[in-house]
Design a binder for this molecule. Structure first.
Ligand SMILES: *Cc1c(COP(=O)(O)O)cnc(C)c1O
Length: 391
């Protein structure tokens, strides 16, 4: 049967009927260990009682009304994000790409408002990913994603990730901001050391430009800090978040510091659905858990455990190499004798869901609520999948 869904995806022939914790179950009753979390989305796993309850309660009261009126859950959510970050205000939207889009608009308007309308260009890093809208594609300049969709939006320059000289040389009097992920997720869990981000922060400050971080994948506890830039002890001016924020309910947000907040006045930006009562209730429920005492320390501890245990498996299979990432955003690099997707498919057949990333990397992004025993269970399936690739 041909599908009526527009063929932009090539889904595996697997569906899920329900989920519980780190597990998903197919209609045939087959159990899967979920190390994909809907691509870093299901931060609390599946059917988390607190999240389910919050969504049910809110749905029974009011699901949606517009930002023409005050949304108290959204006010609370914004306050909590501000209290726990560098930001002074938050704009809510529905996805990562929209959060990035909002940030791009803030960057441009900030310099207009400050009497520097020539500062319009944003420097991004190769291997980055910012979503699939035209602005996000124009920013990331990934040829696989832009092919067939030209013309791109003007105003983006690109340098190599983790290269300070190139970044410094790319800054001109037309530069408005640097847009960078703390860890390139889609690009292959590409890390840079904390010094890189410290230097980007000082470079941006000296040039009078903004530091805009895309934490759509790394934010909301994924790396063991609420936001990954905290590892470098720096503060961006603008930050996009989304994936883990709603625990599976679509919600994105763009956070701005005091000076960039001032840029945006009534009418400068908007969203019909952004931060509606149901979305805000879901995100507040996620924050209840993630901000709980010790939760993020636990994510750090479990991330180290995952990496250590993975190292034993890597040692057994010669096509597996470097282990990268932070917290529960972990990747392992495959050499060119294998294709990451083949291993992902083999693991899937054995009941483990992982996600391929750029540079032939396999991503392990389990729910943040996973236990060490459950990490062992998933990794054992991964080890078995790898066994069928040993020559
Ligand atoms: C997933 C992702 C996006 C895009 O998010 P969507 O919700 O798919 O629009 C943007 N930036 C990063 C870093 C991402 O990982």
């Amino acid at each position: 049967m041909t599908s009526a869904i527009m063929p932009t995806y090539a889904p595996a022939d697997i569906a899920f009927e329900y989920g519980e914790g780190i597990y998903l179950f197919s209609p045939e009753g087959k159990k899967y260990v979920d190390f994909s979390s809907g691509i870093a989305v299901n931060s609390l796993g599946h059917s988390h009682p607190h999240l389910v309850q919050a969504i049910q309660n809110q749905a029974g009261k009011v699901i949606h009304y517009s930002n023409l009126y005050k949304i108290l859950g959204q006010e609370l959510l914004a306050k909590r994000l501000v209290d726990n970050s560098f930001a002074s205000s938050v704009f809510f939207c529905n996805s990562g790409a929209e959060a990035v889009e909002c940030g791009i608009k803030i960057v441009r308007r900030h310099h207009v408002q400050n009497g520097n309308p020539e500062k319009t260009r944003i420097i991004t890093c190769s291997g980055g990913f910012h979503g699939r809208t035209l602005a996000a594609l124009s920013a990331a300049k990934n040829e696989k994603h832009t092919a067939g969709f030209f013309p791109m939006l003007d105003g983006f320059d690109q340098v190599s990730f983790d290269n300070l000289d190139q970044m410094q040389n790319a800054i001109t009097n037309k530069t408005a901001a640097i847009l960078v992920e703390p860890i390139q997720g889609e690009g292959g869990i590409n890390n840079a050391d904390t010094n890189y981000f410290k230097k980007l922060r000082s470079m941006a400050g000296e040039a009078g430009i903004l530091l805009f971080m895309d934490e759509v994948q790394t934010g909301i506890g994924r790396t063991g800090k609420l936001f990954a830039h905290e590892w470098a002890k720096i503060q961006p001016d603008i930050m996009a978040i989304a994936k883990g924020l709603g625990g599976g309910f679509p919600v994105g947000a763009c956070l701005a510091n005091e000076k960039t907040t001032k840029t945006m006045a009534p009418g400068t930006h908007g969203s019909t659905f952004g931060g509606n009562p149901l979305a805000s209730a879901a995100a507040n429920a996620v924050l209840d858990i993630v901000l709980d005492d010790g939760f993020l320390d636990d994510v750090q501890r479990k991330g180290i455990y995952l990496k250590n245990q993975l190292a034993f498996i890597v040692a057994k299979h010669k096509f597996l190499g470097e282990i990268r990432g932070q917290g529960l955003l972990v990747g392992v690099v495959c050499d060119d004798s294998v294709v990451n997707l083949d291993i992902v498919k083999e693991a899937e057949a054995r009941g483990l869901l992982t996600v391929p990333a750029g540079n032939n990397v396999i991503r392990f992004i389990p729910p943040l609520i996973i236990t060490e025993t459950e990490i062992d269970e998933g990794l054992s399936l991964f080890d078995q999948a790898c066994n069928s690739f040993n020559c």
